[in-house]
Design a protein around this ligand. Structure first.
Ligand code: FAD
Length: 286
């Protein structure tokens, strides 16, 4: 769906509660931003996103600049009272190919610069294509890079803190350039490491051997290193797979899964079966 097709006609007011950097100063800036939403009609479930509306005027004459951000909190919110949600936002820049100049991305910089008390407009929540199964005997296989961790944080909080005794197996394959880029699992903020003690949960870090290497290639290697576990899960009709993060992860993942499945045909068949049963769910962005 194109961004212009989202309904932004009746936005909510959200107040910035806190905005903290969750990566160290020597790596990409990623921030955990908590927004308070007092309007009681706003509620979401894990896997949904909101639209952040940056007021104009903008460079191309558009009144609002809207970008989507995954909600990183479970349905009960950061405050367990459904009135605060969190986002995990990477400060983006783009380089003009002709002039070589570096420009800040509009919405991500707007969010990263926001301070407690600022009021911003949000729309949504959107998206029902990334829903976790409700049956607690289902297995959940999550594969992500970068800020693609946001919906997985929401899933994990829901299944281990709100549902409590999740019986299915839960796997997280997460790619990052360095340990400090392991969002919510690094020295700055480590709330996902709380789940390492859960019997059903295993997290696999796909860290690059050198910091400038791209993460998706490391995900490929880590998945292949755990091929049997991954393939057994994929073949189990009770497994739901979720893939989230940079769009270039898609090809990398297909390559890894073709090898794990044994042939392109075997992987295509498995993926088609999972897709038709809503067990293969993706959320990609540039
Ligand atoms: P923009 O200002 O939109 O710039 C981004 C890109 O636009 C540049 O890379 C460039 O290619 C192009 N561009 C813009 N202006 C120009 C120009 N003048 N000349 C040439 N090129 C230009 N991001 C997160 O950090 N966290 C999330 O949880 C998250 N969740 C998402 C969920 C979904 C479903 C989707 C679709 C995206 C998500 N994103 C998330 C990405 C996010 O929506 C934005 O795309 C990202 O933050 C960049 O937006 P921006 O406004 O900062 O940058």
């Amino acid at each position: 769906m194109k961004l212009t097709e989202y309904d932004i006609s009746n936005p909510y007011e959200a107040t910035v509660v806190s905005n903290e950097r969750i990566t160290s100063a020597d790596t990409d800036e990623v921030r955990h931003i908590v927004l308070g939403i007092s309007d009681a009609t706003f509620h979401h479930v894990e896997g949904q996103s909101i639209g952040v509306l940056v007021p104009g005027p903008h460079q191309f004459g558009n009144e609002d600049h809207m970008r989507l951000y995954s909600i990183a909190s479970s349905r009960l919110g950061e405050d367990q009272n459904m009135s605060e949600i969190s986002l995990c936002v990477r400060r983006c820049f783009y380089v003009d190919e002709i002039s070589g100049e570096r420009y800040p991305g509009v919405a991500s910089n707007y969010l990263c610069d926001a301070t407690a008390g600022d009021v911003i407009s949000i729309a949504g929540p959107y998206g029902r294509q990334f829903m976790a199964p409700r049956d607690d005997t289902c297995n959940i296989l999550m594969i992500g890079v970068g800020t693609g961790i946001a919906p997985f944080r929401a899933f994990l909080k829901h299944i281990y803190e709100e549902r409590k005794a999740w019986k299915g197996q839960v796997r997280l394959f997460y790619g990052a350039r360095t340990g400090m880029d392991m969002l919510y699992m690094n020295d700055e903020k480590n709330d996902l490491t709380l789940y390492y003690d859960e019997d059903t949960f295993k997290a696999f870090e796909a860290l690059s051997p050198r910091p400038h290497f791209d993460e998706p290639a490391q995900i490929e290697r880590t998945l292949k290193d755990n091929a049997k576990d991954v393939w057994d899960l994929i073949q189990d009709p009770k497994t739901y797979v979720y893939v989230s993060g940079l769009a270039r992860l898609e090809d990398t993942l297909d390559n890894a899964l073709i090898e794990i499945a044994g042939s392109e045909e075997a992987w295509t068949t498995a993926k088609e079966t999972m897709t038709s049963q809503r067990r293969w769910n993706t959320l990609f962005y540039d």
